[in-house]
Design a protein around this ligand. Sequence first.
Ligand SMILES: NC(=O)c1ccc[n+]([C@@H]2O[C@H](COP(=O)([O-])OP(=O)(O)OC[C@H]3O[C@@H](n4cnc5c(N)ncnc54)[C@H](O)[C@@H]3O)[C@@H](O)[C@H]2O)c1
Length: 271
Amino acid sequence: MVRKIAGRPAVITGAASGIGRSLAQRLSQHGSPVVIADVNSEGLEETAKSLHGPVLSRVLDVRDADDVHRFAAEVKDWLDLPIAAVFNNAGVAIATSVQNAVPEDDSWLFDINYWGVVNGTRAFLPQLVKQNYGVIVNTSSVYGLVGMPNNSAYCSAKFAVRGFTDSLRQELRGTGVSAVTVHPGGIKTNIVRNGRIHSDPDGRGRSHEQMAADFDKVALTTPDKAAEIIHRGVERGKARILVGPDAYVFDALARIAPTHYFSVMARLFER
Ligand SMILES: NC(=O)c1ccc[n+]([C@@H]2O[C@H](COP(=O)([O-])OP(=O)(O)OC[C@H]3O[C@@H](n4cnc5c(N)ncnc54)[C@H](O)[C@@H]3O)[C@@H](O)[C@H]2O)c1
């Protein structure tokens, strides 16, 4: 299935920063009216200012299911056109071992990274089904393909997004609506800087800022490149989009060494 979204309306959550902002900029440059939403009003305003075409900007906490439904109704009123794509992209990170986990942080993350995606899907799906057209694009991660140390909540939520979206895709078979799962590798964004990190889980005593700087060094892909890959992947009709060269390595390792991928990765890094 080829899905043209350039020039057609798109909704993007988590659009105040990173991948969401780049997606908004790219789709706007390609002539799409864009609806951008985020909990960060200042960042959202900056994104809105960087766009040249029609834009609806809405402060939104994706955890609030009722408000996400109100938001979907507002989008319908704003646009007299079918929605081509809904990107449930908003997300956060934490880093801790299971033993040191702070339950409130795990809930905060799960409410945003999993329930936020579910809320966005449920709010917009009836409209897409009525149109018999459009695509729901849910952001998982390579951490939705493999479990990694000090990321139990993040991996759980991203595996859940993958399961949810893959189930939805089967339900939508034979309709004009589709569901896509996105698995980014390391993308150089504010995800670690904005995360809840109380101490260095690797025991190296790094500050939160040092950990963010280290992440910037290993994140191989820019947000603009990620937006390009996601946009192209959706238009090519992919059901699953891997973003960045490292994402292909994670995907291969998860298949080749489903229980030993971490040992293989550790050996590769030692070299
Ligand atoms: N950066 C990476 O390496 C990477 C890798 C895999 C997956 N991802 C995923 O990509 C998505 C985008 O992240 P990013 O890397 O651009 O990070 P980012 O921190 O730059 O952007 C995330 C955005 O989500 C927003 N957000 C957070 N909580 C929200 C809430 N409750 N309601 C609405 N908006 C909220 C933030 O304000 C921010 O603008 C996330 O789902 C993330 O988990 C990122």
